[in-house]
Design a protein around this ligand. Structure first.
Ligand SMILES: *[C@@H]1O[C@H](CO)[C@@H](O)[C@H](O)[C@H]1NC(C)=O
Ligand SMILES: *[C@@H]1O[C@H](CO)[C@@H](O)[C@H](O)[C@H]1NC(C)=O
Ligand SMILES: *[C@@H]1O[C@H](CO)[C@@H](O)[C@H](O)[C@H]1NC(C)=O
Length: 328
């Protein structure tokens, strides 16, 4: 919207950076290497340096010795030789997530190909997060084949009362939760995986779940809608990626939204959708930053820059809790 077409009040609200009930804040600025796709963010414990990992052929490593705004530098790849997991020709390595366990960083990734349910979740470890430091270990034991209830992609890990839980999945029957062994490296019993989020409508375009504990609740963020191909097959308005959230008093559910709608029945607050120059925000995570506090980070296409995957940008906003629910 041009300034000329805004009322003086809208202009004032914009100038003051106030977000309204119907407005979303613009992403904070980014300098240096700002490409992002399914970003995963972590700060190195020893010196506070930020590392950001992306879906890309071999999982990119970006680094910032500044803060979340950068300057970001692409320093290499986690798996320059691919994964030990061998599922299909042309398989992709997707959606990294990193946690730290007793001084070792564990990076989870998915191996799959578009539209296929032949997928698996693998992991690699490092003590520094740096390029050249990662050792691939291959399978965690979470995998799917045609006919499975879920698609074994988009891993995220949360520690709850001493037990690690993997939240994963997309499409098919959407998001599942399963306990891991105490080492956080291998699944305890895949058959015990339970569905926690489900969108019954359409083709069940739910993926990229991200669990986070805050203020007495387990929050499950996810991305819903068409993730990619905006440059070749743009969806109808509103059909693109967006970020939603539900919460539960237990990690295993039941999850509901602010209206009390079950998140096994399509419920979910809208946290971030396309707005202004931001298109298809998603692939999100939550990070507790020492400077900014709790932030929502994500990738988005800038409508003034381009809609191809290679154009996706790193975005983040400080979370504003309104009536106890996360907003940006
Ligand atoms: C990748 O393969 C090359 C050639 O075999 C080898 O020198 C290198 O150490 C491997 N890198 C990793 C991270 O495994
Ligand atoms: C909650 O209910 C209100 C009022 O009916 C509605 O406008 C809103 O879209 C609902 N929220 C969600 C996430 O469905
Ligand atoms: C989009 O890109 C334009 C041109 O580089 C830039 O001026 C603008 O700030 C960007 N907007 C967002 C939301 O990134």
């Amino acid at each position: 919207m041009g300034l000329a077409s805004q009322t003086w009040l809208e202009a004032l609200v914009t100038a003051l950076g106030i977000t309204t009930a119907h407005g979303y804040a613009n992403p904070e600025p980014c300098s240096g290497g700002c490409f992002a796709q399914d970003p995963a963010l972590i700060q190195r414990a020893s010196d506070g340096v930020y590392f950001r990992f992306n879906t890309d052929t071999y999982i990119d490593i970006y680094k910032s010795t500044g803060d979340l705004t950068g300057p970001w530098e692409n320093v290499g790849n986690v798996l320059p030789n691919g994964s030990l997991i061998d599922i299909a020709d042309g398989e992709g390595l997707w959606a990294p997530m990193v946690i730290e366990v007793d001084g070792t960083y564990i990076l989870y990734y998915s191996v799959s190909s578009l539209g296929s349910q032949d997928s698996a979740i693998g992991y690699a470890t490092s003590t520094t997060l740096e390029d050249g430091s990662w050792v691939d270990h291959g399978a965690t034991g979470v995998a799917s084949v045609s006919g499975s209830a879920y698609n074994a992609i988009d891993p995220t890990m949360i520690l709850v009362d001493g037990t690690y839980y993997l939240s994963f999945g997309s499409y098919w029957d959407n998001i599942f939760l399963v306990a891991f062994d105490a080492n956080a490296e291998t699944v305890a019993d895949l058959a015990s995986a339970e569905q926690i989020l489900y969108q019954p409508a359409g083709t069940h375009q739910v993926e990229a779940s991200f669990p986070y504990y805050y203020d007495g609740f387990y929050w499950e963020f996810w991305s819903e809608g068409q993730a990619n191909r905006y440059d070749t097959a743009m969806p109808a308005a509103g059909g693109e990626y967006k970020v939603r959230v539900c919460r539960s008093e237990a990690i295993t559910g039941p999850y509901t939204d602010q209206n009390g709608t079950s998140c096994l029945e399509g419920g979910g607050n809208y946290v971030l959708e396309s707005h202004d120059e931001v298109y298809g925000p998603g692939g999100q995570g939550i990070f507790d930053d020492p400077t900014y506090g709790l932030v929502l980070y994500y990738r988005y296409a800038n409508t003034s820059v381009g809609y191809a995957v290679a154009d996706y940008q790193w975005g983040w906003n400080v979370i504003d809790w309104v009536d106890g629910w996360p907003t940006v």
